[in-house]
Design a binder for this molecule. Structure first.
Ligand SMILES: [Zn+2]
Length: 254
């Protein structure tokens, strides 16, 4: 079934019409790569956006002389500067070890009480079901978020840790099966600036190539899905209602 029809049946608002959003990333830069321009559109509309970063980002350098402590410190600073640029007011790092052996189940124990506390109308995160996605932090984060959305409305699961809360819909970024395209033409430049403000990750010799690739992709998505005549940029998401996250084999097609 088409997501537009499901949206209509369940009375779900469009992505940019939600009252608030919680955006959950594996590492301190993924939200910008996957959804930075959409986040800026939301905050420009005075929609409160909160960030959760699962890991401390300690593996964010190939330099053997870099210490984990220094890398973590650098990336925390970058995260704060980017948040200011994008208008993200609340941002928390959960402190899981970047590349560590933590499990989805342990992450869920942390996420469910936090989601109940934030009471988001929309959760955005990385798509863990994109084929060939091999980064364990991305796979574990996306799956733990999706599983948490099933359990955070259950009054027995982690009883006493927050009031049960139903998140109506989830938007996965970095998805191989997108079904929703957001016109981000007016915030595309800010997304790129935000990414480059993660200096330790993107302000390097590869930036022109990488940003050029991302921009070409965003132009293609815009042309193919939003407007074949005008020029513009789009970010793509796999949006599902939470009901589609369990026993719904057709979800990947919707
Ligand atoms: Zn990442």
């Amino acid at each position: 079934m088409d997501m537009g029809l499901i949206r209509q049946m369940l009375g779900l608002p469009e992505l940019l019409d939600v009252p608030n959003a919680l955006v959950i990333e594996p590492h301190p830069d993924d939200n910008e790569v996957g959804a930075g321009a959409t986040v800026k559109l939301l905050t420009d509309r005075n929609i409160p956006v909160a960030y959760l970063t699962v890991t401390d980002g300690r593996l964010g350098s190939d330099d053997p002389g870099m210490t984990p402590e220094e890398m973590i410190r650098i990336r925390m600073g970058e995260r704060q500067r980017v948040n200011q640029l994008l208008g993200v007011q609340n941002s928390y790092n959960l402190g899981f070890e970047d590349g560590g052996d933590w499990t989805e189940s342990v992450l869920m124990q942390v996420l469910v009480p936090l989601i109940r506390q934030f009471r988001p109308a929309l959760v955005m995160t990385v798509d863990p079901w994109t084929p060939y996605e091999a980064h364990p932090d991305h796979v574990k984060t996306g799956r733990a978020v999706a599983s948490s959305l099933i359990y955070c409305s259950n009054g027995i699961y982690l009883k006493g840790q927050g009031e049960p809360w139903t998140v109506p819909q989830v938007a996965f970024y970095g998805s191989a099966y997108p079904n929703t395209y957001v016109d981000v033409t007016e915030t595309w430049a800010t997304k790129l600036e935000a990414m480059k403000t993660h200096t330790s990750q993107f302000d390097n010799a590869d930036w022109d190539l990488f940003s050029g690739f991302l921009t070409a992709e965003a132009e293609r998505l815009y042309r193919e899905h939003l407007d074949a005549v005008q020029n513009g940029y789009a970010e793509a998401f796999k949006v599902l209602s939470t009901r589609q996250l369990h026993f719904f084999p057709e979800a990947y097609k919707s």
